[in-house]
Design a protein around this ligand. Structure first.
Ligand code: FAD
Length: 623
């Protein structure tokens, strides 16, 4: 056994999307950090589609960026196509999305981690944690190397006891071509509950074998909607061969690639139906639950039997590769069936599969075992983030990663945990959902999960979070300066708009009309940058709703600070779980806010107590 001669503040296990954000955040905040992973060549690898963002996920990336994370900058640097999804709908559901160059994304992120001060990056598979008296003290690799640490963040993704399925063939691995890890067995020995989930990926085709003349083009948006709030940070990567794009002022400059659209046919569906007995999901071999909202093609054909066709997107995997990702055709059918159904799709009659589709089953640790800081309730100083918590998606993983990194630092420093509210960030919604409700299927973010959507727009994440990121030492001064410039510009233009009238109508009123376009405003307003225009329009158009929303939030907050009367009898409150009853009787929380922070007490319990208190008070008033 070899004990490495340094005690780290934070050790991060796994260098996927959660692990890299956790490690970078902790090192940027001033801690000594070690990032350990099974394979250094797969840092930041995108296991599935090399696409970042999209509906609600785009919000998460903007929030990570606003706090001082890397995902947004890395996407801007390596994206090959950028679009704003839902652009014709209300501003709360706009979702920036980018198709990235898979290898450039990965290699640039590796370079960023290698260059980060106070961050060491090493290869090693972790077999066990070092725990004494319920406190984590370090990790031990399979080869017997021990790294001592004050805190540990586990971000092991889809690799825990992972099994890959292609038809009835099975092999071990978290991704095709890679190994699996037995680390979850050790977590179970420590006392963690471990369960099973699954996900899948479609085949990759050689672009040379696709007949693009039969497909519909899907170009990127111009100008490309980038992710970072601080474009000058991309300057850093100017000499970097993996940095493909750059900013000119606020405008992202990208030589955009095209994506393509085609559709499945009746024949495709017949082939799939005829072979369902060879799909491990349908013949009962896979026991884990899959993502309901990202169904396999087998699932779509069975669940939506009435549909004559399903959309298929062909998306390039990079600028220097001919591989195309077949978005919409995730499957675990055998390779010969994959060939048959893929070749029944217009444009793909001669398609050559370069990598087969497959499903992966893996262990996860139900996230109700975590505090809102992502620290485990069982072992102090131990944090879990990413797919190990039952989520699916790079953005969800990165969002948890940055928060686990921040809170590992706060733990080491003895400072209060940073917990984002549901009214502050999608990240707050994500973590609150996970730790209070848990999940039975791979959890992904949707705008509908956020009750305060109008406040949590993708265009205002910097206004919501950059000050916090800067206070924590995570967001740089450059980010803070960019925020101040934006706030100042917003306030100046709002003042000018207040004083502006067009044909006797105030600009504020004009902007609220459905037929409004920016060109209706006088010439002086035509110099307002594109990004500020949409922000100004959204703020002005929805000011009434936003004001109402803030009142509701304030009322809720005040309610939570209301004292819980001494006379409350938890034994008589119908619906409370026994475990909750015991904890409430023991702890006797003073306020609803304090009650809500007790582990195991969820929002439903709080509502039950509130109703009981108000019923009793109303009864007393009536005499
Ligand atoms: P990962 O990105 O999986 O990274 C885990 C890291 O931990 C790796 O670096 C690994 O080497 C390391 N590691 C594991 N065990 C150990 C150990 N014991 N010691 C040291 N290092 C270790 N997401 C979507 O949004 N849409 C999809 O359609 C989609 N499809 C997917 C299909 C497949 C086949 C797979 C595998 C994943 C898919 N995902 C999809 C999920 C997406 O890849 C994950 O959500 C995301 O990568 C999770 O990030 P993470 O950081 O938690 O883990």
């Amino acid at each position: 056994m070899f004990v490495y001669p340094k005690v780290f503040d934070v050790v991060v296990i796994g260098a996927g999307h959660a692990g890299t954000e956790a490690a970078l955040a902790a090192a940027r905040m001033g801690c000594e950090v070690l990032l350990l992973t099974m394979n250094l060549d797969t840092i930041g690898q995108m296991s599935c589609n090399p696409a970042i963002g999209g509906l609600a996920k785009g919000h998460l990336v903007r929030e990570i960026d606003a706090l001082g994370g890397e995902m947004g900058i890395n996407t801007d640097a390596t994206g090959v196509q950028f679009r704003m999804l839902n652009a014709t709908k209300g501003p709360s559901v706009h979702g920036p999305r980018a198709q990235c160059d898979k290898k450039a994304y990965q290699f640039r992120l590796k370079a960023v981690c290698e260059r980060q001060e106070r961050l060491e990056v090493k290869q090693g598979e972790i077999a066990r944690l070092l725990v004494a008296d319920g406190v984590v003290e370090g990790v031990e690799t399979k080869m017997g190397v021990r790294y001592l640490a004050r805190s540990v963040v586990v971000t092991t993704g889809t690799f825990l006891r992972a099994v890959l399925h292609v038809g009835l063939e099975q092999s071990q691995g978290g991704r095709m071509g890679e190994g699996a890890s037995g680390f979850s067995g050790h977590l179970a020995e420590l006392g963690f509950e471990i369960r099973r989930l699954k996900t899948g990926t479609p085949p990759r085709l050689n672009g040379r074998s696709i007949d693009f003349s039969k497909l519909t083009r899907q170009p990127g948006d111009e100008p490309p909607p980038g992710f970072t709030y601080c474009p000058e940070l991309l300057e850093r990567g100017k000499d970097d061969i993996f940095c493909l794009n750059h900013y000119e002022g606020d405008r992202l400059v990208v030589d955009q690639l095209c994506c393509w659209i085609t559709y499945t046919t009746r024949e495709t569906h017949e082939i799939i139906r005829a072979n369902l007995d060879k799909s491990p999901m349908y013949c009962g071999i896979i026991e884990g639950i899959g993502p309901r909202y990202c169904p396999s093609i087998e699932d779509k054909v069975v669940r939506f039997a009435e549909k004559e066709r399903h959309q298929v997107f062909l998306e390039p995997e990079g600028r220097h590769t001919g591989e195309y990702y077949v978005n919409g055709c995730s499957t675990s059918l055998p390779i010969e069936v994959q060939y048959a159904f893929i070749r029944s799709i217009p444009g793909l009659e001669k398609a050559e599969i370069m990598r087969p589709a497959y499903a992966v089953e893996y262990d996860f640790a139900p996230p109700t075992q975590l505090k809102p800081s992502l620290e485990t309730k069982l072992v102090a100083g131990l944090f879990f983030a990413g797919q190990i918590n039952g989520t699916s998606g790079y953005e969800e993983a990165a969002a948890q990663g940055i928060m686990a990194g921040i809170n590992a630092v706060q733990y080491v420093r003895g400072s209060e945990a940073v917990i984002l509210g549901r009214d502050e960030a999608y990240i707050g919604v994500l973590i609150d959902d996970l730790v209070t409700k848990g999940t039975n299927e791979p959890y992904r973010m949707f705008t509908s999960r956020a009750e305060h959507r109008l406040l949590l727009r993708q265009d205002n994440a910097d206004l919501r979070l950059t000050r916090l990121g800067h206070r924590l030492g995570l967001a740089t001064n450059a980010r803070m300066e960019a925020l101040k410039r934006k706030e100042e510009a917003l306030s100046i233009w709002k003042e000018r708009l207040k004083k502006c009238y067009v044909d006797g109508v105030s600009a504020y009123q004009l902007i609220k009309r459905p037929e409004f376009t920016w060109s209706m405003l006088p010439t002086e307003f035509q110099e307002v940058p594109e990004l500020l225009r949409s922000h100004l329009m959204n703020d002005i158009k929805y000011e009434g709703y936003i004001a109402k929303e803030r009142i509701v939030i304030e009322r809720q907050k005040r309610l939570m600070e209301t004292p819980i009367p001494d006379w409350v009898n938890y034994d008589t409150i119908v619906g409370l779980k026994n475990e909750a009853r015991i904890k409430l009787k023991n702890i006797k929380p003073r306020t609803f806010a304090q009650a809500s922070r007790i582990s195991g007490i969820n929002p439903t319990d709080i509502n039950l107590i509130m109703s009981a208190v108000y019923r009793e008070k109303a009864y007393a008033r009536r005499g």
